[in-house]
Design a protein around this ligand. Structure first.
Ligand code: ADP
Ligand code: ADP
Ligand code: ZN
Length: 207
């Protein structure tokens, strides 16, 4: 099954994608993680993407479409995958229609106030992509999966977050209608408990 996770920054896409991928044994394709690794490795793509990401804007469509196109050709995608953070614009969604057949789009719905609270406490592992919240870490500073030090993302700091929410509402939110019109949208309330949300998503995907 080829799945898209759609939702604003902080909605829990990464958290839930990681868990659902483990449960279904399919890869999580997080464009944000791929871009952050490209920046850390100082690749040409990373150098191109950095200024956009630091400002809380979107990386240009052509750059991100090329990355995803290449990634979806890898053998591990043959049995299905979750796209986490792509598409984020209508042109990206249109390009995706020429590359892959999507079965379901899971929209995680969370109010802006709650998103800001989640994002400001987020800590991530750049190595394995695991996501944590500072309120649940009990002082731990390393990744429970792989032992790498956890960091706060540069773009999770306050000024940038507002720009990211703005770009979600203006550029990404139209994808809700785009996929609704194609009969693929499944809306999940992303405000509750992580385990309950996980169970709700799994149930929808298995329906
Ligand atoms: P979040 O999990 O907070 O929604 P991501 O880790 O998915 O954020 O993305 C971080 C940043 O990477 C975005 O703010 C954007 O600059 C860039 N990015 C990721 N995916 C895309 C995409 N599909 N199109 C354009 N930019 C992207
Ligand atoms: P996204 O990938 O959509 O940007 P993340 O999965 O990175 O979102 O989650 C953002 C932050 O919110 C992280 O700190 C994460 O631990 C926390 N979080 C995720 N889901 C929940 C939830 N259901 N309840 C409370 N906090 C959550
Ligand atoms: Zn890790």
């Amino acid at each position: 099954m080829n799945i898209i996770f759609l939702g604003p920054p902080g909605a829990g896409k990464g958290t839930q994608a990681q868990r659902i991928c483990a449960a279904l044994n399919i890869p999580q394709i997080s464009t944000g993680d791929m871009l952050r690794r490209a920046i850390a490795d100082q690749t040409p793509t990373g150098l191109k993407a950095k200024a956009y990401m630091d400002a809380g804007g979107l990386v240009p469509d052509d750059v991100i479409i090329d990355i995803v196109k290449e990634r979806l050709q890898a053998p591990d995608c043959a049995g299905g995958y979750i796209l986490d953070g792509f598409p984020r614009t209508v042109p990206q969604a249109e390009a995706l229609e020429g590359i892959a057949t999507i079965d379901k789009v899971v929209e995680l719905d969370v109010a802006d106030e709650k998103l800001i609270q989640r994002i400001s406490g987020r800590r991530v592992c750049l190595k394995c992509g695991a996501t944590y919240h500072v309120s649940l870490l009990n002082g731990a500073t390393t990744c429970a999966n792989c032992g790498e030090p956890l960091i706060q993302r540069e773009d999770d700091k306050a000024e940038t977050v507002l720009n990211r929410l703005k770009s979600y509402h203006s550029k990404t939110a139209p994808l809700v209608d785009f996929y609704q019109a194609r009969g693929k949208l499944v809306k999940i309330d992303g405000a509750g408990d992580m385990d309950a949300i996980f169970a709700a998503i799994l149930k929808e995907l298995q329906a």
